[in-house]
Design a protein around this ligand. Structure first.
Ligand code: SF4
Length: 208
């Protein structure tokens, strides 16, 4: 089987890094989980803090069975799959195997690619430059919008009507401008309490 075929079938993935830590953001904040960061992203956020992840070719094509082996001993029995943009890949095989091994699976995605795999929790974090595919809004359990400037509040509101009932709504101040936008985000949530604030608490805890 060629590398392209392994990639296409989900039997290999460009694994950038994997580590056991706590989820720092959003609804699942504070939960211990094994993180898999899959390399490759075509969204191009100016404030991205993992730009080195964008080029998938920079990361070793790793057998999915090897990735699963690394996860299996994790005591938390939960896995966060993030990127870059993990939905650029077929994650059906990875999810099926981990799920059969008793793991809860959490996805972080921009929604710009079709969903593969099956998930216990989908965090949709939309990006203006490459908005989510229409069908993904209804699949999200959590909608986490990054706020970089005052203009982003309108963007945050724009598609909330497409989300399923009960979807958790979060505004997350962009880290590099947090001192500038924090007060605006706090005031916005006070005035619009359907939203909650998500902070990148792992950065305060100084953990990955
Ligand atoms: Fe970075 Fe995520 Fe934006 Fe991709 S979608 S550029 S990984 S912040």
């Amino acid at each position: 089987m060629t590398d392209q075929e392994r990639l296409k079938s989900g039997l290999a993935l460009p694994l950038m890094e994997d580590f056991y830590t706590l989820q720092g953001e959003g609804f699942q904040t504070g939960r211990a989980a094994y993180f898999l960061r899959i390399g490759g992203c075509d969204v191009g956020c100016s404030w991205c803090d993992v730009k080195e992840s964008w080029n998938a070719a920079s990361w070793p094509l790793t057998d999915t069975d090897e990735i699963i082996r690394r996860v299996l001993d994790c005591p938390a029995k939960s896995v966060v799959i993030t990127g870059a943009e993990p939905m650029m890949y077929n994650l059906d095989y990875l999810c099926r195997d981990l799920s059969n091994s008793g793991f809860e699976l959490f996805l972080e995605t921009s929604g710009s690619h079709p969903i593969s795999g099956s998930w216990d929790w989908i965090c949709l974090s939309p990006k203006k430059f490459s908005p989510p595919l229409p069908e993904i809004y209804n699949l999200a359990d959590e909608y986490k919008v990054i706020i970089q400037s005052a203009g982003d509040f309108d963007w945050a509101e724009k598609n909330t009507g497409r989300l399923k009932e009960g979807c958790a709504l979060f505004l997350q101040p962009e880290w590099s401008v947090i001192d500038t936008v924090m007060e605006q985000v706090v005031e916005y949530v006070k005035a619009n309490p359907k939203w909650r604030i998500s902070l990148q608490s792992h950065k305060y805890m100084r953990i990955p």
